[in-house]
Design a protein around this ligand. Structure first.
Ligand SMILES: Nc1nc(=O)c2c([nH]1)NC[C@@H]1CN(c3ccc(C(=O)N[C@@H](CCC(=O)O)C(=O)O)cc3)C=[N+]21
Length: 285
């Protein structure tokens, strides 16, 4: 058996085409959505991701505001850029690319953002809204994963889901989304403190592998017919992406997200969706 592909590239393209029409409608009303990015330091991976986000913006008609600071930037300098974007009406949503260089207080910077402009859905107010079941921007990767599963008809309702990882961008918010009444999954969260990861994985209908450990999830741990999402973006010596899922999983799973071409493009599409939705909310009020 070979798993069917959870095609993030194609699904993201469909989402972007819907967003293109909505951006055009906003522009008719005199509103142009604008995505800001704050990039600190010179990590080549981060530069590549941010460039991809601005390419996506150009495709759907969203304006781009790029802010770059050197790795030596002070806390005050980064905070000044955040205040500037909060005040700029041309910026309807923005992200601070994570992780920030050592020595910068990431949480303080996130808290300083205007929650109404939080395109990542990672501001404490918006994470709180998610816990309280109130509307707001949703974390891009977790919600992108849900849309990818829905698009391919993978049943989430009643599914046993194992999330591997407890990072702020994916591992922590993912179970919050999966256990909403609209998704209705049962979730087990595993992490480096889990005693027997394989025992949990073997029971899962859906596995979200977001630990950042190359090939952590092995074929012998997967229940035949499961859906597996590979979120890891480690890199080998040549700079090639190595996921959290061993390639042999394709022989056991019914569904597998390729990496690249799976969760990454969905993350970017969902970022654009958050920017458009924030601009739509602002245009209504
Ligand atoms: N505030 C913040 N928000 C983020 O959303 C955020 C972040 N910080 N820091 C870094 C991670 C990483 N991330 C990716 C997004 C898209 C791809 C992506 O589209 N990848 C392509 C391939 C790209 C390649 O080949 O290098 C793919 O999967 O097909 C990957 C990784 C967003 N992140």
């Amino acid at each position: 058996m070979t798993a069917q592909i959870l095609d993030g590239k194609a699904t993201a393209a469909a989402i972007k085409s819907d967003l293109t029409a909505r951006v055009a409608a906003l522009k008719e009303k005199g509103v142009t959505p604008g995505l800001g990015t704050v990039l600190v330091g010179d990590d080549p991976g981060s530069h590549k991701y941010v460039a991809g986000k601005h390419r996506d913006c150009a495709q759907v008609g969203i304006a781009s505001l790029q802010r770059e600071l050197p790795a030596t930037a002070t806390q005050e300098a980064v905070e000044a850029v955040v205040r500037e974007l909060n005040a700029d009406p041309a910026c309807t949503g923005y992200i601070v690319q994570l992780p920030l260089p050592r020595g910068l207080d990431e949480n303080r910077i996130l808290e300083l953002m205007d929650p109404a402009k939080d395109a990542d859905g990672l501001h404490p107010t918006n994470l709180g809204r998610l816990v309280l079941n109130e509307p707001g921007p949703l974390p891009c990767t977790p919600y992108g994963i849900i849309r990818l599963l829905r698009e391919h008809g993978v049943e989430i309702n009643g599914a046993e889901v194992v999330v591997v990882g407890r990072g702020v961008t994916i591992g922590r918010p993912m179970p919050l989304l999966l256990t909403r009444r609209s998704e209705n999954a049962t979730v087990t969260q595993c992490h480096t403190g889990t005693r027997d990861l394989a025992a949990h994985l073997r029971r899962a209908d859906i596995v979200v592998a977001a630990a950042g450990v190359p090939h952590l999830v092995k074929p012998e741990d997967i229940k035949p017919g499961a859906a597996v999402l590979d979120v890891g973006v480690s890199r080998d010596e040549s700079g090639k992406i190595v996921g959290d899922v061993h390639p042999g999983v394709a022989e056991v799973a019914a569904w597998l997200s390729p990496n690249p071409g799976g969760v990454g493009p969905m993350t970017r599409a969902q970022l654009l969706a958050n920017v458009v939705e924030a601009a739509e909310r602002a245009a209504e009020s």
